[in-house]
Structure formats: C-alpha cells, structure tokens
Design a protein around this ligand. Sequence first.
Ligand code: FAD
Length: 121
Amino acid sequence: PPDVEELGRSTWTFLHSVAAYYPSVASEEERRSALKLVESLARLYPCQSCAEALREELKREKAEGGWEEKSLVLGKAVERGVDFRRWLCGIHNEVNERLGKPKFDCSEELLRKRWKDGWDD
Ligand code: FAD
C-alpha cells in the first residue's frame, strides 16, 4: 500500500495549488470540474479509510451544512476561488483534527502565502 504520509503531503500540495490558482469567479465548467475532482478523490484516493472519511464528510456536509457560514458547502464554494480555498482548508483541518495535528489559519492571506506567493523573509 502507498505511504499514507507521503501520499497525503503530495495530495494536499496538489489540491491547495489547484485552489490557489482557481479563478475568483469560476465558469460552469470549472465548477463542475472542481466538484468532480473532490468527488473523484473521495472515490479513488488510494487510502481506503481516508477516502471513506472524506465521503462521510461530504455526506455530513450535505445534510448539516458546511462550516463557518452554513453556506460554505462544496457545491457552493466552487463558485468562487476565495470560497474554494477556504472550503479546502476547512476539510484539511478536519483531517488535521482527526490526526491530532494543529489547525491551520484559513485566512486568504495565509493561504496565499503558503500556497502561492511564499512567505516574506
Ligand atoms: P499535511 O497535513 O500533509 O499538510 C501539508 C502542509 O499543508 C503542512 O505542512 C502545512 O503547511 C499545510 N497545511 C496544513 N493544514 C492546512 C490547511 N488546513 N489548509 C492549508 N494548508 C494546510 N492520513 C491519515 O492517517 N488518516 C486519514 O484518514 C487521512 N485522510 C486524508 C484525507 C485526504 C483527502 C488527504 C489528502 C490526506 C489524508 N491523510 C490521512 C494524510 C494526512 O492528511 C497528512 O497528509 C499526512 O499525515 C502528512 O501530514 P503532514 O504533517 O506532513 O502535513
């Protein structure tokens, strides 16, 4: 089986990079693609228990609403780059919490520094 830690780091790098360059207002096709990307991950991610946890999270979110404002569910978040980044940060934090890792600050500024512009020296 794959190295779950290495796989996780690479996958988060990929996902947060996609989000960092996601358009501020996404077209219908981009929205559908982003939705498919996350749903595909929940089906195909090669760590069974991780994929299952993600499926549960997406199900829970559909039933109860997302975090912060209740409106921040994936289907809505894919409309705008700023929301998609925050949504992804939220789901990553859910995993962090499950694994006992520290929570990341999901402000647009910190996300941009970590995943796009780099830290100031
Ligand atoms: P990672 O969590 O891989 O994070 C990489 C970097 O991202 C961090 O160094 C930090 O700079 C940044 N970062 C951290 N949090 C955030 C955030 N909220 N938003 C933006 N950037 C952030 N592992 C398991 O053992 N069990 C699981 O159930 C599990 N489920 C997973 C589900 C998915 C969808 C993915 C992609 C990974 C999953 N993993 C799971 C792997 C796990 O999340 C970590 O990737 C792995 O444990 C390595 O952790 P890390 O400490 O190197 O940092």
